[in-house]
Design a protein around this ligand. Structure first.
Ligand code: APR
Length: 311
């Protein structure tokens, strides 16, 4: 009996639930929110799509954490999304309070769960969730790299006029400003990215990827992106549930890889039943490793801001 909980039934949370349910990879997905009726209504609606799409996973909508008990994986999407002009940092105070209270409830009812954090600002929220939970750090991870890599792949595919499924794109580091593109691992078909598109074009696409979330926020005016983000979060859940050694870029706890220690950072990790089974120290150029180390310093500085909050 496998069970996944998604906390937050907003755009990101509900779309993540929908994707996991439609893949039919778990018995139950529990969706919870503080708004009464919202998760229940969405769950009922989703469940009625089962005969049409042909899957069995049941979605339970609830406002009661008791219903989340015994979850294998918990995805935390609860929080406020960025508004136009709002930086991730602006979100820190309000979302830190939400994430702390959510994690306290999760730990009570699912002491063995793997926690995936998607609430922004991602690095701080993942660190906070790990601290509050007291879980081993391999069982708390964040979603960022899958999304940034997917955005980068989409932009490369368009610029190169090449099948998106034949593009390899990898970003590491942090989310947003300190994202570290990894051209040495990026390819258009079999051609190295820099060779295919040239330095200037790649720099332009890197910049667009860095600002990928803001570009969508500016269009939407209210709310932020959720289709690609939920695809990324759901694929991490799938990797953990399937426990088949899938590797992907995630925000994981560093313990000396690339000489980086004691910080959550976007790296390639092997996921499985224990969350992060291993951080893969893939071969990078000197510049890319330097970028990763810079990102680690920036994240450590940002995480220090958490100490100034009265939580
Ligand atoms: N417990 C449970 N749910 C909560 C709580 C809480 N303490 N506080 C807020 N929520 C719920 C809200 O009621 C809302 O339904 O979180 C949901 C957030 O949904 P949206 O406003 O639609 O935001 P969304 O686009 O889903 O983004 C969620 O993901 O990408 C990040 O920056 C984004 O931090 C934001 C999060």
């Amino acid at each position: 009996m496998s069970k996944v909980t998604v906390v937050g039934a907003g755009k990101y949370g509900s779309t993540t639930v929908q994707r996991i349910a439609e893949w039919d990879i778990v018995d139950e997905v529990v969706m919870t929110d503080i708004v009464e009726g919202l998760p229940q209504g969405l769950a009922l609606d989703m469940n009625q799509s089962r005969p049409v799409l042909g899957y069995r996973t049941i979605v339970t909508g609830t406002n009661d954490y008791a219903d989340t008990a015994g979850s294998d994986v918990v995805v935390i999407t609860a929080g406020l999304p960025r508004k136009p002009g709002m930086s991730r940092m602006d979100l820190l105070g309000v979302n830190a309070g939400i994430v702390k209270s959510v994690v306290q409830e999760i730990v009570k009812f699912s002491p063995d769960a793997v926690i995936i954090v998607v609430t922004n600002p991602l690095d701080q929220m993942t660190t906070l969730a790990a601290d509050v939970s007291g879980f081993p750090r391999n069982r708390v991870l964040g979603q960022a790299g899958m999304l940034d890599s997917a955005r980068f792949a989409h932009f490369i595919s368009e610029a190169a006029d090449h099948d998106v499924l034949d593009v390899t794109a990898v970003t590491l580091g942090s989310h947003g400003e300190t994202m570290v593109p990894v051209p040495s691992l990026c390819k258009v078909g079999d051609t190295p990215l820099l060779e295919a598109l040239g330095n200037d074009k790649v720099a332009e696409l890197v910049d667009r990827t860095r600002k990928g979330g803001a570009e969508i926020v500016a269009y939407l005016k209210t709310g932020s992106a959720y289709y690609a983000p939920s695809a990324a979060a759901a694929s991490m859940v799938k990797a953990i549930i399937e426990n088949a050694g899938a590797e992907m870029p995630v925000c994981a706890w560093m313990e000396g890889q690339y000489d980086i220690d004691g910080v959550y950072l976007g790296v390639i990790a092997r996921l499985g039943a224990n969350g992060v089974e291993a951080v893969e120290e893939v071969e990078l150029t000197d510049d890319e490793v330097a970028g990763l180390r810079e990102a680690a310093v920036a994240v450590k500085e940002k995480v220090a801001d958490l100490e100034d909050l009265d939580l």
